[in-house]
Write a new protein. Structure first.
Length: 149
């Protein structure tokens, strides 16, 4: 059989078409299940400097504020009974809830209940406040402050 034989020409032609079409089949099938399951980049949360007021009656040794485990503020309070500043918090909108974990330590073991108040003042929305109390004889308060708009 020579290269000009009709069966050889048909065979080589089919072989060429199959070789050229193999990559097209791969792309026509679409992504594999493994490719579809790869996690995509999670968009970062948009934050903004938000005014915060911390109030306390008896001077704590330390107040630490966290959100989702990340420390936002470690404060060594003075005798004034208040601290005012800004924290980088998520942009707050109506219907949103914000939770902050707060740890407060007082010197010794106070003989009376102690209170800590946080006020969050997001731009364009009303101020939201929450007060948490320690119990008499407890020198630490570990709690979650919840704010709703």
């Amino acid at each position: 059989m020579t290269m000009n034989h009709p069966i050889a020409v048909i065979g080589y032609t089919l072989l060429g078409v199959m070789a050229a079409g193999a990559p097209l089949i791969y792309f026509a099938k679409g992504p594999t299940p493994e490719a579809e399951q790869k996690p995509t980049d999670v968009p970062r949360e948009i934050t903004a400097p938000t005014p915060v007021l911390v109030r306390y009656a008896d001077q704590p040794v330390e107040i630490c504020i966290r959100r989702t485990g990340k420390e936002l503020l470690r404060l060594k309070p003075d005798r004034s009974g208040t601290w005012y500043g800004t924290l980088s918090l998520p942009v707050i909108s109506p219907g949103r809830t914000l939770e902050l974990e707060v740890q407060t330590r007082w010197p010794g073991a106070p003989t009376t209940n102690q209170a800590v108040t946080l006020e969050i003042m997001p731009a364009g929305l009303r101020t939201s406040a929450d007060t948490q109390w320690s119990h008499s004889g407890e020198s630490e308060l570990h709690t979650t402050f919840i704010f709703r708009w």
